[in-house]
Design a protein around this ligand. Structure first.
Ligand SMILES: Nc1ncnc2c1ncn2[C@@H]1O[C@H](COP(=O)(O)OP(=O)(O)OP(=O)(O)O)[C@@H](O)[C@H]1O
Ligand SMILES: [Mg+2]
Length: 259
């Protein structure tokens, strides 16, 4: 996390902009003030955990990061580009660089697993059939679903659903991946398989944001974690730094669900 850009004076070579930066972001829905002055900075290749109780605005924060909803005040910058200032076309381009694993995985029920993963490739690229087939196979293989490509979402277990959602989020090989509650509703073993997959993404150099209320699951795969409470970031640091916090909520979230 960091404050606003400092005094604007730079010496030496220009710094690479952060992969994701929220700069004093405010967001309300009617009178419900969800985010009140949230600043987050995530460098390229870093894995970041966003923790908080239910309803604190974690999913809203991810939606802001991908420009699905606009900020009221402040700015969201992806790879240095202020999403609010982009044309519709440039916003769509910026979004293609972000893979989003939705909280409910959000697969299209009437499409098979294969067709779900193909969807972003057909929609956003001009790639041909054989290339698409290869990419879909590789994406499904990377999440261990290569033998389930023809299944319909209704025939998948919860963990398979999440893995299929992850394969779809990875289809365009985005450098940034946002995962909303990737382990919720899963047993401990399946949850740790999902965390292993996310860990592999990080090892491949992707920038990762993982939203969860399960601090114990995510702490092993992130460089840094932040805790959101009542619209503000109340703690931010490494797992060790947060574990040393005297904030009760931070402690409870870091400890996570008993495993
Ligand atoms: N599109 C929307 N319109 C109106 N209110 C919304 C909208 N999206 C979210 N909210 C409100 O914003 C607040 C934060 O919601 P959000 O979904 O971000 O919570 P969360 O931290 O992800 O919770 P959970 O852990 O349960 O997923 C809630 O009060 C919710 O009702
Ligand atoms: Mg949520």
């Amino acid at each position: 996390m960091s404050g606003p850009a400092s005094n604007g004076v730079q010496r030496g070579p220009p710094l690479q902009p952060a992969a994701i930066r929220l700069d004093h972001v405010f967001k309300s829905f009617d009178r419900n003030e969800v985010l009140k002055d949230v600043s987050i900075e995530i460098p390229h290749g870093h894995a970041f955990g966003l923790l908080g109780r239910s309803g604190t605005g974690k999913s809203v924060t991810l939606s802001l990061m991908i420009g699905l909803i606009p900020v009221d005040r402040g700015a969201v910058l992806i790879e240095g580009k202020d999403l609010q200032k982009l044309s519709r076309e440039d916003l769509l381009d910026a979004r293609k660089r972000i893979g989003f694993l939705f909280q409910q995985a959000a697969l299209f029920d009437s499409l098979s697993v294969r067709e779900n993963v193909e969807f972003p490739l057909r929609r956003h690229t001009k790639k041909r059939g054989s290339e698409i087939r290869d990419i879909v196979h590789r994406s499904l293989e990377s999440v261990g679903l290569e033998h389930d490509a023809d299944k319909m979402p209704a025939a998948l277990s919860g963990g398979m659903h999440k893995r299929a959602g992850l394969a779809r989020a990875l289809a365009l090989d985005p450098p940034i991946v946002l995962a909303d509650e990737p382990s919720s509703g899963l047993d401990a073993i399946t949850a740790s398989e999902i965390y292993d997959l996310l860990h592999k993404l990080r090892e491949r150099g992707k920038t990762l944001v993982v939203v969860t209320h399960d601090g114990s699951g995510v702490r092993g795969i992130v460089d840094e974690m932040a805790v959101l409470d009542q619209g503000r970031i109340v703690a931010c640091g490494t797992a060790g730094e947060l574990a040393a916090s005297d904030n009760k909520l931070v402690h409870e979230l870091i400890r996570g669900e008993e495993r």
